[in-house]
Design a protein around this ligand. Sequence first.
Ligand SMILES: NC(=O)c1ccc[n+]([C@@H]2O[C@H](COP(=O)([O-])OP(=O)(O)OC[C@H]3O[C@@H](n4cnc5c(N)ncnc54)[C@H](OP(=O)(O)O)[C@@H]3O)[C@@H](O)[C@H]2O)c1
Length: 241
Amino acid sequence: MKPTAIITAASKGMGSATAHELAARGYNLVLMSRSADIHTFAETLADKTSVHDTSVHAVQGSVTDEQDLKRLVETAMDKFGRIDALVNNTGHPPKGKTLALSDNDWHTGFDLIFMSVIRLMRLVTPVMEQQQKGAIVNISSFAALEPSVERPVSSTMRAALANFTKLYAREYAHANIRMNSLLPGYVDSYNVTPETLATIPMGRVGTVEEVAKTIAFLLSDDAAFITGQNIIFDGGMTQRV
Ligand SMILES: NC(=O)c1ccc[n+]([C@@H]2O[C@H](COP(=O)([O-])OP(=O)(O)OC[C@H]3O[C@@H](n4cnc5c(N)ncnc54)[C@H](OP(=O)(O)O)[C@@H]3O)[C@@H](O)[C@H]2O)c1
């Protein structure tokens, strides 16, 4: 039986590269993003991967909307009857100086980065428990472990997600459900300045394809004993031991 994966924020960047990679590895896919781009992307991917007999379904909606998340999970269950893998990805949170950010900016970041994962896990976990199998990867940021002054909301909310990753992994390991977070430094879906580039020992940004391959590994049985980890993916940029 082909495995099924849900990927949120999948129309561009790391989400779309992960969709390509998982399709090539034989997953059926249910993809979400806010704009109609998700339909175009899903159609193009389905055409490209028809040789692998992959089914791709798109759900237009926001990870911050509980009803949209319900539709996403219902689509996966209606079309495929199971959810083997989930990639929790999202858009960019508000940026700004720590005390200049409004309450609304902080609440937006909390909903986008943290509550989106909690809400989707409430829906997906019973399915994975029933299957006695499931793997989840959250796309987070290096800022979860090394706070960035330019990104106070991202740094704070992603630190919370790093802790949730550990809590969830511990609580559901008995049901053979694994959760890990991938913490990218700079990736080619983002424009970096020459000054930022100079901080990366490898002298380059990562590629979305490299992100996708790492996620595919973490979702696979090759990573069956890896859970609750916050894995830095940054070309050697951060120095935390
Ligand atoms: N690129 C980097 O160097 C880097 C490094 C560390 C962390 N990150 C984080 O990783 C995540 C992905 O980054 P990326 O560079 O791949 O971004 P990207 O290329 O800008 O793509 C963002 C994706 O998120 C979707 N999206 C935005 N808001 C959404 C929402 N509320 N609900 C559902 N989908 C939503 C967008 O589609 P629609 O426009 O159709 O909604 C798009 O598909 C972001 O949270 C980013 O902050 C990025």
